[in-house]
Ligand binder design. Structure first.
Ligand SMILES: NC(=O)C1=CN([C@@H]2O[C@H](COP(=O)(O)OP(=O)(O)OC[C@H]3O[C@@H](n4cnc5c(N)ncnc54)[C@H](O)[C@@H]3O)[C@@H](O)[C@H]2O)C=CC1
Ligand SMILES: O=C(O)[C@H]1O[C@H](OP(=O)(O)OP(=O)(O)OC[C@H]2O[C@@H](n3ccc(=O)[nH]c3=O)[C@H](O)[C@@H]2O)[C@H](O)[C@@H](O)[C@@H]1O
Length: 682
């Protein structure tokens, strides 16, 4: 579905943006930047002095923001795990900004424009339905505030945007019907990269930056091929004065490279380069974006650098409180992203090293983690021992930091960080070895079942999943079958992935032992050992009573979700999109909601797929509907472990690689459980 906005945007009295790539004046600096220039033109704005040092959150920045003309057009290059959701949330919260996501991969773009977006993230579908498809006018029932609302602000704190009505006490007034106007689509996906870049006030670069696989620095250094290619296109096509933003995770000092490339292609034209790394995590991307604990913006310390930072901050401040927007110098921001991921990875490796000690001594790693995490200086997060971290970023970012240290002649620093990776591989290999050891050191003729294939729960992202390496190790032992089941990943896609990463010959259809299942019970049937490799709630044995009676063998209902409070009455005169989303979620959880998908009746119809849509075809052929990225992940119900036990081979081995099982309960059911970080039998 293609939605078009006019190619020339009227910015009211302030400034009119000509969307063409206008000829430029050699030697000009800010004179062709609509965003940067207009701030200069404002009467009464004090000239800012360049600063040579890094800044913490600066009030100057926000004085500047107040006078920064509105950003009207953003282009995000890269429609991947970061670009897609980030652009969608920006568009969702800024209905007056046209946000275009571009990608060279036309298949990806086609999918973003369809009911089959290429990635699955909880909550993404709603955001897309509003921003990409626009919404219908509707009327909602709300309550007026009986007293004048003095807290109203343009930048509500989304964390308390949903203050329960029950808590509004005497402030709650009468019930009123409030019309919510229709919304025009303002989120677009296209493969026309150059044109979209040329129209943007702000260009976000969100392309992949994996580890180099060949040549100098192979296995450590960041592969900047995609980033460099995009930088060249941006340098050629960006409108003069556009703000160029590094969203990708990049090595420290990349902003200098971007500046040099811009200067090479467009000498004499001023562009500001910002670093604005992304901290979202897979599986919680939308929650993380809507409630970001911080937005980091690195800029040059010059007045125009600060104005550029202010322009970007103004986009985020549509939904993020300004107190959470941190500004630094551009290199600090680039480095901070690498360090954030490296320190998170380091915590996981630290606890996994202790898990190894626990398995020998009889200490229990979850008890150790609980005890140390209670110290607020240590904190309780990221202390879950297991088979090691996966995902597309931790390993590559730690390696990138190590490579940076090496290139700065700091081998001790590089070694320190490399050990984080060594320990991660040790954790994964130890788990696979333990499985083999417990099964008498032979898998010949045996069936093993892997529960979970994604690198973490609630995502269909399987990049660098520890499951892949575990499959590789197990295949070597010649088992009869390796069954793989994941509640969130499309089975057809998983089989394709395993073929690509482990080798097509390992798949059953090519004579190998690996079979991917769409049903957990079939995957576990006649199994000799179950391996929990992703921490899905479906695999837990606690939280819901498990009855032995036959009727509970049917999948169970989803657990009661955390109750979302009623956000009414709203904080301001007009509800924000975040408040409407909170109301949508609140109404959905009420059992008598008439429309289970769209209780506010705002959604426009979904884009139609072409008759020959390959994704519709795959869904029909494989009967895998329900895994579609466009649908919310349907909780499949907790595994009925009694049923699993009944159909398994003795001695009912379960290897808990993610610490999701309550061992005593499982042992009562007759399982023989081995968990990471607890002493085992063998
Ligand atoms: N995946 C994640 O959860 C997070 C990733 N990051 C960082 O964000 C960046 C992007 O990561 P992902 O979104 O995961 O990558 P991705 O691989 O999912 O998406 C990157 C997209 O860029 C496109 N692309 C590559 N070269 C292009 C070109 N020349 N022109 C147009 N499009 C091009 C690719 O086709 C692809 O669709 C990376 O630097 C990553 O380290 C940061 C935070 C979280
Ligand atoms: O740059 C990135 O790509 C992102 O990397 C991580 O996010 P992500 O990899 O998506 O997911 P995490 O929740 O961090 O989990 C990473 C891996 O560590 C594992 N993990 C996590 C926590 C823990 O205590 N133990 C543990 O083994 C998870 O199972 C998973 O395999 C960071 O958490 C994000 O802030 C960052 O933006």
């Amino acid at each position: 579905m293609a939605h078009q906005l006019p190619s020339t945007l009227d910015l009211g009295n302030d400034v009119s943006l000509d969307v063409s790539t206008a000829p430029t004046t050699p030697g000009s600096n800010l004179s062709f930047s609509p965003v940067l220039q207009a701030a200069d033109e404002q009467p009464g704005i004090p000239a800012m002095k360049p600063q040579s040092t890094s800044r913490s959150l600066s009030s100057t920045l926000f004085d500047t923001t107040a006078r920064t003309p509105p950003v009207r057009n953003i282009c995000c290059v890269g429609a991947g795990y970061v670009g897609g959701p980030t652009a969608a949330v920006i568009a969702f919260n800024n209905p007056h900004i046209r946000v275009t996501v571009v990608d060279k991969d036309e298949k990806r773009i086609r999918r973003w424009n369809s009911v089959h977006p290429p990635i699955y993230e909880p909550g993404l579908n709603h955001i897309l339905r509003i921003a990409r498809d626009g919404s219908k006018e509707c009327t909602i029932e709300t309550r007026s505030l009986s007293t004048t609302n003095t807290t109203s602000s343009n930048t509500p704190d989304v964390s308390d945007a949903s203050t329960p009505a029950s808590e509004c006490g005497s402030q709650c007034g009468d019930n009123v019907s409030k019309p919510i106007p229709a919304r025009q689509p303002n989120l677009f996906f296209t493969a026309d990269v150059a044109k979209s870049i040329s129209e943007a006030d702000i260009v976000l670069i969100a392309v992949n930056t994996p580890t180099k696989s060949r040549g100098a620095g192979a296995g450590s250094a960041t592969d900047m091929t995609a980033f460099e290619a995009v930088t060249n296109v941006v340098a050629q096509h960006a409108r003069p004065g556009a703000i160029i933003v590094e969203k990708s995770t990049v090595p420290c000092r990349t902003a200098q490279f971007v500046q040099d490339t811009l200067a090479l292609h467009r000498p004499g034209i001023h562009f500001e380069v910002l670093s604005n790394p992304e901290f979202l995590a897979a599986g919680t991307a939308i929650k993380d974006l809507l409630n970001a604990d911080r937005i980091l913006i690195g800029s040059s310390a010059t007045p125009s650098g600060q104005r550029a930072a202010a322009a970007l901050a103004s986009v985020y401040s549509a939904w993020i409180p300004r107190s959470r927007i941190i500004t630094t110098n551009v290199f600090s921001s680039e480095l901070a992203k690498l360090v954030a991921n490296s320190m998170l990875a380091q915590r996981i490796s630290s606890i996994n090293s202790i898990a190894a000690v626990c398995e020998v001594t009889g200490a229990d790693v979850s008890e150790v983690a609980g005890a140390i995490g209670a110290d607020p200086r240590i904190g309780s997060k990221f202390l879950k021992a297991g088979i090691g971290f996966g995902g597309s970023c931790f390993k590559k970012d730690v390696l990138s930091l190590a490579y940076l240290a090496e290139s700065l002649q700091l081998p001790e620093v590089a070694d320190y960080w490399r050990n984080v990776i060594t320990m991660n591989e040790f954790a994964r290999n130890r788990f696979a070895s333990r499985v083999v050891r417990c099964l008498n050191n032979t898998l010949i003729g045996k069936k093993l079942t892997m529960l979970g294939y994604a690198f973490k729960k609630d995502t269909n992202d399987t990049r660098e999943s520890p499951a892949v390496e575990i499959i590789r190790t197990l295949v070597e032992e010649g088992p009869r079958e390796i069954a793989v089941y994941d509640p969130c990943c499309n089975p057809a896609q998983m089989a394709e992935d395993i073929g690509r990463y482990v080798g097509a010959e390992v798949l059953q259809r090519n004579g190998g032992p690996v079979i991917v299942y769409a049903d957990a019970y079939e995957a576990c049937h006649s199994s000799d050992a179950l391996l929990i490799t992703t921490e899905f709630d479906e695999f837990k044995n606690t939280g819901e009573p498990v009855s032995a009676s036959a009727e509970v063998l049917a999948p169970k209902a989803a657990p009661v979700k955390a109750v979302v409070p009623d956000p009414r009455p709203f904080k301001g005169e007009e509800p924000t999109e975040t408040e409407l989303l909170a109301l949508h979620t609140f109404l959905l959880q009420s059992t008598d909601a008439e429309d289970k998908e769209d209780p506010l009746h705002r959604f426009n119809s979904v884009p139609d797929c072409a008759e020959d849509c390959p994704d519709c075809f795959i869904e029909k052929e494989t009967g895998t509907s329900g895994y579609g990225a466009g649908q919310e992940h349907v909780f499949k119900g907790r595994l009925d472990w009694r049923k699993v036990h009944y159909h398994m081979h003795k001695p009912h081995w379960v290897f808990d690689g993610r610490g999701v099982l309550e061992v005593a309960g499982m042992e009562k059911l007759g399982f023989r459980v081995e968990s990471v970080g607890r002493q085992g039998r063998v």
